[in-house]
Design a protein around this ligand. Structure first.
Ligand SMILES: [Mg+2]
Length: 276
């Protein structure tokens, strides 16, 4: 599409190519619909605990979750507990949290357990970040089961940059500590995981024959990079991406999920045992 052809703030519409891709992937044997949450299913908000799914996205996602041969999943950087609290996912939706370090695959799923060395390292990381946050107004920490997140969204640009640079300089060479940049956050973890590993894991355990994944952040590129031929990858927003498709905002994701639900419902309805 040429820049001139792009509607400035026009009616929300998916590109014909993405609509076509949704129609195609709806035909697959076992469909996995794996979505990032913040900035994808939910609009970005300043206070993480106030994020909620767009009602249209939540409804379409729940509709997909209820279909046969269709699995829904959320793949988030949030800790599982936080993801559950804000997303209220449909009951059989699989959850990957903490950028792949945590997984919930149904009742009886094992919780993440850190070993002694990891616990000690996590405490050290927290101490480092606490000192930085004390000097940087508007920054704050969030604890996760395997890491600590430095949030800078409420700080001025200068303060935010300095705080992240300070944290990086101390932690980036620390053995066993893994860093990830996000939008106005620096993620630290004592478990080496990614959304890409989370996506591959979900594909394996569900036996999915095709995956649709959408995400808005840098860390979602790990998942987009694991997509295979026949999958559909969607970037939300205007930043650089390796995704094949792009939409501008979470409202378009709602439209995509509704289109997918419509197509998939037709496909699975046709196959329901009939009266022969
Ligand atoms: Mg996101």
């Amino acid at each position: 599409m040429t820049p001139d052809a792009r509607p400035a703030k026009g009616p929300l519409a998916l590109s014909p190519e993405l609509r076509q891709a949704a129609r195609r992937i709806a035909q697959t044997e076992h469909l996995l619909v794996a979505m990032d949450f913040d900035g994808t299913i939910s609009p970005l908000v300043d206070r993480a605990d106030e994020a909620r799914p767009l009602p249209r996205s939540a409804a379409a996602f729940a509709g997909l979750a209820a279909l046969p041969r269709t699995t829904t999943a959320l793949i988030s950087g949030r800790a599982l507990a936080s993801l559950r609290a804000v997303a209220s996912p449909p009951v059989d939706t699989l959850l990957i949290g903490s950028h792949g370090a945590e997984a919930w695959l149904g009742p009886g799923s094992a919780e993440l357990a850190l070993d002694e060395a990891q616990r000690r390292l996590l405490a050290e990381v927290r101490a480092v970040l606490e000192e930085i946050v004390e000097q940087a107004p508007g920054t704050l920490l969030e604890d996760k089961p395997a890491g600590v997140v430095l949030h800078t969204r409420l700080a001025t640009d200068d303060v935010a940059e300095d705080a992240v640079a300070a944290a990086r300089s101390v932690l980036q060479d620390r053995k066993g500590v893994f860093l990830k940049n996000g939008k106005r956050v620096l993620e630290t973890s004592v478990v080496n995981a990614s959304k890409g590993e989370g996506l591959t894991f979900l594909r394996q355990i569900t036996g999915a024959t095709a995956v649709l994944f959408a995400g808005d952040d840098v860390t979602d590129e790990d998942a987009l990079g694991r997509l295979e031929s026949g999958d559909v990858g969607v970037k939300v927003g205007l930043d650089f991406t390796q995704a094949e498709f792009r939409v501008e905002a979470p409202a378009h994701v709602a439209e995509l999920l509704e289109a997918l639900l419509q197509e998939r419902s037709l496909v699975v309805a046709e196959e329901e045992p009939g009266t022969d």
